[in-house]
Design a protein around this ligand. Structure first.
Ligand code: URA
Length: 434
């Protein structure tokens, strides 16, 4: 078999065989096929697209290119959740403890933030001493004992995707639905869970700006998961404005704690209940989603989900006292209100600009090695549809550097657009694909 022929076949619109796909993935990971040939193939895929069979075969080849996590020592059904990423997305911090309190076993692999979106690991490091440096054995033990554990991505999980993604990133070949779906699902399959719940974001702050593309991606990922023998549900949710009100690290942890206390923002609470209800149902813990939802609400009301968060934080070396006293989490020294530039209704909030503003304050990374200031962030006082008068605070900035705070202030102001007419709120959960 020759890589040249594989490229030519795809360029001419032919469907690649399983053998051809496995050949190029194995050869690429082994360093036998050079970047320039794989780049040409990626570009041919972007123009000629891939069938479902090709996408499934690519996903499986990438998933098996490195370690497959063995979760067999965890009792019962294992669940994983993935979000395609967005601004203010602290869902895992709420959802993990919430479903664990209901008896679910959630094995979560998370990343750090880069660019305008935050990372769950960074947020959790707001708890003094918290660490995701668990051995595989500790990770599995914690899931068995607590129901929820979180670790960083292991180096050898789907290495083909790591290499391919870096290549796609610099060759303008990221935005192909089949390539995105296979990239995400290869990591999920290698992570070993039986049930995979996907939160596919759509809107200005998301990877998929258009709703129809988000649905297409959700369908493709669900089909791949099913094809690989996993139960999958994908929820398409709005990211046309940040999720909740808090954007940063410690500030998002505080909002997650408030949500587990029953005082969370409506959108975040709704998302966690919807994802959680599907998880309970697919895990066989609840008969249907309605019953599951009631159970989750009860776990919030009786504070068992909050206690679960404390248990999880402590098991990973963190100070559980901060769960019950969030005022002890990192706090910035400067507070600055952002005034509305006109009177009217909030029409739109450009989410990525809010994420970039948090990065400017020091809460996000421009480069992989940047050290974060976990105490800084932004609290949105007004969201889409809210009425405002000129000069009202639309957001509060928490900073440790006045110059950065002023820069963030301008950006946040520019991220907001107004309407003189009332603005109807958009549907937050756009749909569910299973
Ligand atoms: N996230 C991934 O993991 N892969 C993609 O291709 C795009 C987003």
């Amino acid at each position: 078999m020759r890589m040249y022929d594989i490229i030519a076949n795809k360029k001419n619109g032919k469907e690649l065989t399983k053998e051809e796909i496995e050949f190029f993935i194995k050869g690429y990971v082994a360093g036998e096929i050079p970047d320039y040939q794989v780049s040409a193939l990626m570009m041919a895929i972007c123009f000629q697209k891939m069938s479902y069979e090709e996408t499934l075969n690519l996903t499986l080849a990438m998933a098996h290119s490195g370690d497959i996590l063995d979760l067999s020592s965890i009792h019962g059904i294992k669940v994983d959740k993935h979000s395609t990423g967005g601004v203010g997305d602290k869902t895992s911090l709420v959802l993990g403890p919430l479903v664990a309190a209901a008896g679910v076993k959630m094995a979560k692999m998370s990343g750090r933030g880069l660019g305008h979106t935050g990372g769950t690991i960074d947020k959790l490091e707001s708890f003094t001493g918290f660490s995701t440096n668990l051995t595989e054995q500790q990770f599995l033990e914690n899931i068995n004992r607590i129901g929820f554990a979180l670790t960083g991505q292991t180096a050898n999980l789907a290495p083909a995707d790591k290499k391919l993604y870096a290549l796609r990133d610099v060759t303008a070949t990221v935005d192909n639905l089949s390539l995105i779906a296979s990239s995400i699902m290869s990591k999920k399959l290698a992570a070993g869970a039986d049930v995979i719940v996907l939160d596919v974001k759509t809107g200005s702050g998301a990877f998929m700006k258009k709703e129809e593309d988000a649905f297409q991606l959700a369908k493709e990922m669900a089909a791949i998961g099913n094809g690989a023998g996993r139960k999958v549900v994908a929820i398409v949710s709005d990211m046309d404005q940040p999720l909740g009100y808090a954007v940063g690290n410690a500030i998002e942890v505080k909002e997650a704690i408030a949500t587990l206390n029953g005082n969370g923002p409506k959108d975040l609470t709704e998302l966690c209940l919807t994802l959680g209800a599907h998880i309970l149902h697919l895990s066989g813990i609840a008969e249907n989603e309605n019953e599951a939802r009631l159970r989750l609400l009860e776990l919030i009301e009786n504070r068992k989900a909050l206690d679960k968060l404390a248990e999880f934080v402590e098991a990973q070396g963190g100070d559980a006292n901060q769960v019950y006293h969030p005022e002890l989490l990192p706090t910035a020294s400067i507070t600055m209100e952002v005034p509305a530039t006109m009177t009217g209704y909030i029409f739109h909030i450009q989410s990525d600009e809010i994420g970039i503003s948090a990065t400017i304050l020091g809460g996000g990374r421009e480069q992989k090695e940047d050290i974060l200031d976990l105490s800084v962030g932004i609290y949105l006082r007004k969201k889409v549809g809210d009425a405002v008068s000129q000069g009202d605070a639309i957001a509060t900035i928490y900073a440790n550097d006045l110059k950065k705070a002023n820069e963030a202030m301008k950006r946040i102001q520019n991220a907001y657009t107004y309407s003189t007419e009332e603005v109807a709120c958009q549907k937050f959960i756009k749909g569910i694909v299973s």
